[in-house]
Ligand binder design. Structure first.
Ligand code: GLU
Length: 370
């Protein structure tokens, strides 16, 4: 049966990689790699893996790292071992893996994002399975994704994947996390916000991972806006990946599926989730309505105030008069220029700046309503 999945991102959480005692869960990994090797026959596969810090703890006999640098050291040791595990398991099927360690910055500027994307495409063209983790050894708070659920969602959306699979030690999103017998929500279409609260009960955290269910919901939000389906399921279920692939275009009986009815273009995804925001513009009510309800571009006349210093081509946040962020977009003019034309009519741009390259400060194609 054809399933229309060409590119799939699979995230393996720490609780899939490690057993309770902190040793790598070889049996589970072996089974998953066997399934992934099978999928690789007619799909491109990208893995996002956790477990580096967990394995590092076991290898160095550290149960609680005392500070950030010790945690980073554990990640360095654990990551080396982790990639070896993948390499060994995949080599049995004649498949090569490539290690990619990322920080948030690497996917942020349009230039760097395109560079990273090209590297992934080149790996995939060579038939290599990219194995990604956060670069925990150098990542500090400011440049962190923070958790691999978010990382996997950003990768899946940027790489135009057809499906993101998040494997963990939870069955999916429970109807009532404190009463798991009530079962799992099978399908969420568009409305993630609605389940957000009910999903995060006291037992929402999983064994080793950073985020538990909270970060999975965050990942689901990214995927919803990207229009790419995502499923959260247990990594240790037999034939889990085969089941997921079968269910992709049919009835859902495994995990929790997040499905969006709309699709955002990849440029807009970049603006919404990854562009570094260099400043903001505050707009009046009329402009806010024109943007939100009528899908219009942002013209100088609606702008009341400008904050920060940004250049033409930078991403900025668009705020309403109450200071709420209502959109993000890429500006056609630098901050000092926007200051000069704020409140003015389009016809007056040339007089104010001595030139007029664009009518709009942010064109609607470069604007994402939040
Ligand atoms: N990057 C971390 C590691 O490999 C895991 C982060 C997470 O659990 O989300 O240890």
């Amino acid at each position: 049966m054809t399933d229309n999945i060409k590119r799939i991102v699979i995230k393996l959480g720490s609780s899939v990689i490690l057993k309770e005692n902190g040793e790598p869960n070889s049996a589970c990994l072996k089974a998953l790699v066997q399934e992934m090797a099978e999928l690789r026959r007619n799909k491109e596969l990208i893995i996002v893996t956790s477990g580096a810090i967990g394995i590092g703890k076991t290898l160095l006999g550290v149960s609680r790292p005392k500070d950030l640098s010790e945690k980073q050291a554990l990640a360095a040791v654990g990551q080396a071992h982790l990639i070896q595990i993948y390499e060994n398991l995949f080599s049995q099927y004649g498949i090569k893996v490539g290690q990619v360690l990322l920080t948030r910055e690497d996917l942020q500027g349009r230039h760097r994002y395109l560079n990273a994307r090209n590297t992934f495409l080149s790996l995939l063209e060579h038939g290599v399975v990219p194995v990604i983790n956060e670069n925990d050894t150098v990542a500090v708070d400011e440049i962190k994704f923070g958790d691999n659920d978010t990382l996997s969602a950003i990768v899946a959306s940027k790489m135009d994947a057809d499906l993101l699979v998040i494997l963990s030690d939870i069955e999916g999103v429970y109807r009532d996390p404190d009463k798991r017998e009530k079962g799992v929500i099978r399908e969420v279409v568009d409305d993630v916000a609605n389940i957000e609260e009910s999903a995060t009960g006291s037992s929402g955290k999983s064994r080793f991972g950073t985020g538990g269910i909270t970060t999975k919901i965050e990942a689901a939000k990214i995927m919803m806006s990207s229009g790419v389906p995502m499923v959260v399921a247990r990594g240790d279920h037999p034939h889990i990946l085969a089941r997921i692939i079968t269910e992709f275009s049919g009835a859902k009986t495994t995990g929790t599926w997040f499905i969006s009815s709309k699709k955002m273009a990849s440029r807009k995804r970049w603006i919404a989730f990854n562009a570094e925001i260099k400043g903001s513009v505050t707009i009046d009510e009329g402009a806010a309505k024109a943007l939100k309800e009528d899908g219009k571009s942002l013209l100088p006349s609606g702008i009341k105030d400008v904050q920060g210093s940004f250049e033409q081509g930078d991403a900025v946040s668009v705020k309403d008069s109450a200071g709420r962020e209502i959109a993000k977009g890429v500006v056609n003019y630098a901050a000092d220029e926007v200051k000069k034309i704020a409140g003015k009519k389009t016809a007056d741009i040339e007089q104010a700046l001595g030139r007029k390259d664009y009518d709009e400060v942010i064109h609607r194609d470069n604007l994402v309503i939040l």
